[in-house]
Design a protein around this ligand. Structure first.
Ligand code: HEM
Length: 441
């Protein structure tokens, strides 16, 4: 009889379903799935001390997708019941990121089938966040409940892999009294959530769906064929989904280094997009390198697509242009032999973005507006956020090329009086006016 089923018997006898609390109904509905989970080869191999590190890191990467997407979607659903249950301290993605940071330099490969199982976990969450947002409480129940199991499993992982809460085991490490109080308070808020019968049925269905997805994941994590080992974007960015990244560790290093240099040149990235933005820079950079095996037309089409996506989120094309140039430099520096013909495609794509901008606003006008902006912003702000004048000009050119939100998505952040002084905001408006006035197309 598993740990979980013990408690259940107390509840069931002679108690009509409708009067059972939501938490009890969730426990009852998922008990079998939980029992099956515990019998999976993954946990048996852990017990025997034979679980490979790829299985454990694969679990972390998969849980990063699950927590990453759920903790992004749930708080922004705007549903008062969910807001009543959700607390910022329920976030566990940061702990997983800490653990993945510990393994980042250890080049642990991905298990392809487990990666697919992890990405498949994200889809129903995204769908529910649109169609039945309150049902996401079912996913939250499963992930919060898993802390119960973590306390049983953590000592085993500690022993088998020599990990601890500061070295790869932060996600599973819980002080029992903290975990108990957290679970009690969570249960109380869940049971107090005013959901009707149909909604609680949706929440239970979501919890069952989560368990089914997690079972599929653990089944894919162990055992696995070594031929399954590969490198996926999610090892750089859990939210990156299933797009390809290079297998070659040298190219991955080049992607990370080019991203670092681009962020150093444009502190705007860190200011506005933070950790999440950094993860996307790494996974996007790695993806762009995979395009160098295609012909220039494919590269240019994909770069134009990415420029549209980024431009609508406040990243003018000059940022992507610079990222492409730095990728080229880092790759040529590391692998000159396979260089020019293949990696030169990145540089050609960067030149095309610059050409596009030039067709709307000439270099001389860009330089003039950029100097004027820096003058008006003053040395302090210029040092803190360099090159913003040039980016404003590029946003105007991007909009002329059909990226509808290019100016609005960039300007809105730059004119926020909570963040910037009046003279800066005036300089932003002036630079945009000037750029509009000098548009050639
Ligand atoms: C061998 C692996 C596992 C073991 C030994 C285990 C063990 C436990 C234990 C001891 C509890 C606390 C039971 C209680 O307080 O009544 C628990 C609860 C729970 N576990 Fe697991 N667990 C395992 C894997 C998982 C996994 C992988 C998940 C999901 C990601 C999970 C989800 C849950 C949930 C949702 C609960 C709360 C049940 C409730 O009281 O409503 N468990 N588990």
């Amino acid at each position: 009889m598993s740990a979980q089923s013990v408690n259940l018997n107390v509840q069931r006898e002679g108690t009509p379903m409708s009067t059972l609390t939501l938490m009890t109904r969730l426990r009852e509905a998922t008990r079998e799935s939980h029992d099956q989970l515990e019998t999976l080869p993954y946990f048996q191999a852990l017990e025997r001390g034979e679980l490979p590190i790829e299985s454990y890191v694969g679990q972390l990467r998969a849980m990063a997708v699950l927590h990453g997407v759920l903790e992004h979607e749930l708080p922004k659903a705007g549903d008062e019941r969910m807001n009543a249950v959700w607390r910022e301290n329920l976030r566990r993605f940061p702990q997983i990121q800490t653990d993945l940071g510990f393994f980042a330099s250890k080049a642990v490969l991905d298990i392809a089938t487990a990666h697919e199982a992890a990405c498949a976990l994200a889809d129903p969450i995204l769908q529910r966040s649109v169609e039945q947002p309150v049902s996401l409480l079912g996913y939250l129940y499963v992930l919060e409940g898993s802390i119960g199991g973590a306390q049983v499993l953590a000592p085993r992982f500690r022993q088998v892999f020599g990990l601890d809460e500061r070295h790869g085991l932060a996600y599973l490490s819980w002080e029992p009294t903290v975990a108990q109080e957290r679970w009690r308070a969570f249960g109380e808020r869940m049971n107090a959530a005013p959901v009707d019968a149909a909604e609680s049925a949706d929440i239970i269905a979501a919890a069952e769906e989560a368990f089914a997805g997690i079972q599929g994941l653990f089944a894919a994590l162990y055992p696995f064929e070594t031929a399954q080992l590969t490198r996926k974007a999610t090892s750089l960015n859990p939210e990156a989904g299933a797009h390809p990244v290079p297998e070659d560790p040298g190219e991955i290093d080049a992607a990370i280094r080019a991203g670092e240099r681009c962020w150093q040149e444009y502190p705007y990235f860190a200011w506005r997009y933070g950790e999440r933005g950094w993860r996307y820079t790494q996974s996007d950079g790695a993806w762009l390198i995979t395009l160098t095996t295609q012909d220039q037309a494919v590269m240019d089409a994909q770069v134009a697509w990415l420029s549209g996506v980024l431009g609508a989120r406040g990243m003018p094309s000059r940022l992507l242009q610079r990222h492409l140039e730095l990728l080229y430099e880092e790759l040529i520096g590391r692998m000159p032999e396979s260089g020019e013909r293949r990696y030169g495609r990145l540089l050609a794509a960067a030149d095309r973005l610059a050409e596009q901008r030039r067709a709307v606003i000439a270099d001389a006008d860009l330089d003039m507006i950029s100097r004027q902006f820096d003058q008006a912003a003053g040395p302090d702000w210029r040092a803190r956020l360099p090159c913003m004048g040039a980016l404003l000009v590029c946003a105007v050119a991007d909009q002329a090329h059909g990226i509808k939100q290019a100016v609005a998505s960039f300007q809105s952040w730059l004119v926020d009086p909570q963040r910037f002084p009046p003279h800066w905001i005036a300089a932003v408006h002036e630079a945009l006016r000037e750029a509009e006035a000098r548009r050639r197309a």
